[in-house]
Design a binder for this molecule. Sequence first.
Ligand SMILES: C[S@@+](CC[C@H](N)C(=O)[O-])C[C@H]1O[C@@H](n2cnc3c(N)ncnc32)[C@H](O)[C@@H]1O
Length: 357
Amino acid sequence: MSEVCRETVLNEGGAEALIGVLVGMGLVESASGDGRYVLTDLSREYLAPGSPYHIGEGLFWDCTDDVPGAYLAGVGQTTATASWSTEVRLAIQHSRNFAPSVTAARSGVFDGVTRVVDVAGGSGTFAIPVALDNPEASVFLVEQPTVAPFVAPYLRKYGVADRVTVVPMDVFQLDWGLDASDVAFLGNFLHDQNDDDALVLLDRCSRHLTESGALWVHEVLFDERPGRPQIAALWNANMIARGSGGVQRTYDEVVRLMRQAGFADFQRIPTSGGFSLVGGRKVASREGVRRGDDIGSSASGITRSAHAPAAVARGPAAAGGCRVILAGSSLGEAFTPALRRSCRGLEGTVPRRIGRA
Ligand SMILES: C[S@@+](CC[C@H](N)C(=O)[O-])C[C@H]1O[C@@H](n2cnc3c(N)ncnc32)[C@H](O)[C@@H]1O
């Protein structure tokens, strides 16, 4: 404790109080019962600046105020100020999303896939493991034109640069101009959208897929209890702080949107870090899309809403201050036995804690 006081601005009472909180959060643990504390593997992996999975500024993702403007009465909009370069943003996404996406790719449902598109694929957290595990598959990663050029270094690092085709494109455009895929993956992107835009996005996936092709959404899901599980409430708080109109959803809410966009035969597969895959098969009938037209339409199909409606907080959004919320959303429940098992074979390229399992 005295060491902590020497190195920080804390007095002994403050150090004791905050270390207690860090122990409760699983970031620090008692070393030997003699009063010494050490970082847990979780902290060493994600919080130590020397680690390849250092989450860095990602702890404060678009959220630098103690109470985000989006939470405040009379403000109601984000005060997000993050202005990271594309490289930094992709690095943060990769640190945070790679491990759960590997678990998703290795869940079994993608085995033997022939043509797969990773929609808004970021650094390739899903495209990389799916390409590694399915050498015969054609893998496409769609990203914003401004971001797409920054994806190649990640693909090279994992040896799949010649296996994954990066497609610079806005995924909201009506016609993707790509040959149809039998599988589409939508990781961590539906939660950025309000319901109107989510429906447009799902419609674009449906249009792109082969008849009876499958869409897999990968998200941290709420269950039916308000604010539960905590990891979903933390992510949800982050979405609301960012003010895009996005929210975390329950399984039923995701299914409702997918059904409206023309999918059926739903299933849920929990992966890791609080994430689940929600799968649906495209059905021939486009009835759902017609229904979707009711909430934002044009003659050529569903159009994206011009203004995101105010998001509705469902979790303990304001509890504890923004920075704590972000720490939790980035790291909470990141490591599970299933995750460690599923990452075998990627040792050295995934967080060490996983590789050691
Ligand atoms: C939260 S990240 C998720 C990335 C990846 N799927 C993952 O799970 O690691 C969302 C990604 O969507 C991309 N994106 C945002 N808007 C987009 C658009 N209109 N078209 C294509 N990509 C977009 C962003 O650049 C970002 O990389």
